[in-house]
Design a protein around this ligand. Structure first.
Ligand code: NAD
Length: 495
């Protein structure tokens, strides 16, 4: 597969002829050659997005027409589902089941965005703020402008969808940069967007590493930055865009607490806890990597947990029954193994796993065993995001202690509580400093609801009405309802 730059509705070569390779993390084999944009190409992409933003065909398009485009994209994703799944498995190390879910969820997301676009109220009179004979006040919502959108490698298609959906719903335009590890599915999405009839230049898609991201962000015509990635890079980006006050949404890292209470139903809590930290090899920002288990239930919980962890099937992603596959790259694997070593050196109690898998079918890929440590808040991995199949388990006595432990983190992306007593679980949920809290559930997201982080897990929200509103500027329009000069006594302040 050859992945070109998608700029102004065309697939073009890198003007510097820089071409790199993305590989299958299950076996190191080439998946795609991708063109890396030069500074000139990035300028052209932003110029195309800028021109498209003011193109009357796009600027004056009705919300119904935008909604139809979004629905069209949703349908076309479904039509090309098999092709996308095949490439996503190889490009990102997703299992068959995860890749299928990603495609399904992205198509569903565009459908939800279509409904949102149709129902968006872009001009709202505020009766309460208005007074007869004085003023009529309205809020007018208008697209923020050209966006720079930067996504990570863990959910390549889903992340591209979450970014592009609200752009199209609101009348913005974008240059989206996919991660260099996983450029493939975003490129297919570019074809779909073109074929769905989105005007040229509205969506531009390029790929590359940090340098490409930096060059894109600093462009003066970019008005909004939407970033998903690590907290460290998010912080760097916020510093960079402070110079020209660009608006930003940031979906950053996490170290989510997964709280199992004494009265939890273990027939779901054990599997839920494993799913929470092992889905996609633990490479999900909302992974439940701090497992907090109440003391009384701890022995029984751990007994079942250690039985079930053995049944999780790690396998190359060519195996349709793989529970999880490789981590995305050698670099990521080394980072994860580094955290495992640190925890061993800090005398974290290794309960399961702890090594790379290297034999037979694993020999050419980046596979790590499911790994569980018993830890305390003093251990590095209680605080640091690993982004791999590793959980730290900590005992607690009281519910109050669970809340203190859960909030003992610079992150605040997600969390969960497992209990048969929903009232009790809801009370704990209300005390967690996290943007999403599940009760007896994990990882499931609802496109109609906001997703994002407290504290260093982010700024603003994606999805839900909050996510869409972040692509709109609001204008207060004051209509005078008193048109006689004699009524406007405030003018007299200067006479
Ligand atoms: P990363 O921050 O290294 O990279 C993310 C993206 O930013 C990539 O496209 C990368 O090329 C680009 N980039 C890197 N440095 C940049 C710079 N200085 N300027 C501009 N762009 C730059 O993260 P990653 O390793 O790709 O992804 C893993 C991280 O993403 C984890 O911390 C995870 O928690 C986070 N994540 C968060 C969410 C969420 O919704 N909160 C979702 C997925 C991943």
């Amino acid at each position: 597969m050859e992945i070109k730059l998608f700029i102004n509705g065309q697939f073009i070569d890198s003007s510097d002829k820089i071409i790199k390779t993305s590989i299958d993390p299950s076996n190191g084999m080439e998946v795609a050659k991708y063109h890396v944009p030069s500074a000139k190409d990035i300028d052209e992409a932003v110029a195309a997005a800028h021109k498209a933003f003011y193109n009357p065909e796009w600027k004056n398009m009705s919300q119904d027409a935008r909604a139809d485009l979004l629905l069209n994209i949703s349908e076309k994703i479904k039509e090309r589902a098999k092709e996308i799944v095949d490439v996503e498995i190889r490009d990102s190390g997703s299992t068959l089941r995860k890749a299928k879910a990603d495609v399904h969820n992205t198509a569903a997301f565009f459908k939800v965005m279509s409904k949102v676009a149709r129902e968006l109220k872009l001009n709202v009179k505020d009766e309460a703020a208005s007074r007869a004979g004085f003023s009529i006040n309205s809020r007018e919502y208008t697209p923020v402008g050209v966006c720079a959108q930067i996504i990570p490698w863990n959910f390549p298609l889903v992340m591209a969808g979450w970014k592009i959906g609200p752009v199209l719903a609101t009348g913005c335009t974008t240059v989206l940069k996919s991660a260099e590890e996983t450029p493939a599915s975003a490129s297919i999405l570019a074809e779909i967007i073109r074929d769905a009839g989105v005007p040229a230049g509205v969506v531009n898609i390029i790929t590359g590493g940090a340098d490409v991201g930096r060059a894109l962000l600093n462009h003066p015509q970019i008005r909004k930055v939407a970033f998903t990635g690590s907290t460290q890079v998010g912080s760097e980006i916020l510093k960079a865009i402070a110079t020209n006050i660009k608006t930003a949404t940031m979906e950053l890292g996490g170290k989510s607490a997964n709280i199992v209470l004494n009265d939890a139903d273990l027939s779901i809590a054990v599997d839920g806890a494993l799913y929470a930290f092992l889905y996609h090899s633990g490479q999900a920002c909302d992974s439940g990597t701090r497992l907090l288990v109440q003391e009384e239930i701890y022995p029984e919980f751990m007994d079942q947990f250690l039985k079930r962890i053995k049944e999780v099937k790690v396998a190359p992603t060519t195996d349709p029954s793989a529970g999880y596959g490789p981590v995305v790259s050698e670099k990521q694997m080394k980072t994860i193994l580094g955290f495992i070593e640190i925890t061993k050196l800090e005398n974290g109690k290794l309960l399961y796993g702890g090594s790379r898998l290297t034999e037979g079918e694993f020999s050419k890929g980046f596979f790590i065993e499911p790994t569980a440590f018993e830890i305390t808040p003093a251990h590095t991995i209680f605080q640091e995001e690993i982004f791999g199949p590793v959980v730290g388990i900590t005992k607690f006595k009281t519910e109050a202690e669970a809340v203190i432990l859960a909030n003992n983190s610079k992150y605040g992306l997600a969390g969960a509580v497992w209990s048969k007593d929903h009232a009790k679980a809801l009370k704990i949920a209300g005390q967690l400093e996290a943007g999403t809290v599940w009760i007896n559930e994990y990882h499931l997201l609802n496109p109609g609801m906001p997703f994002g982080g407290f504290k260093e897990s982010g700024l603003g929200r994606e999805m839900g009405s909050e996510g869409v509103m972040s692509y709109l500027e609001v204008r207060h329009v004051w209509e005078s309802d008193c048109d006689l000069r004699s009524q406007k006594v405030w003018f007299d302040a200067i006479f």
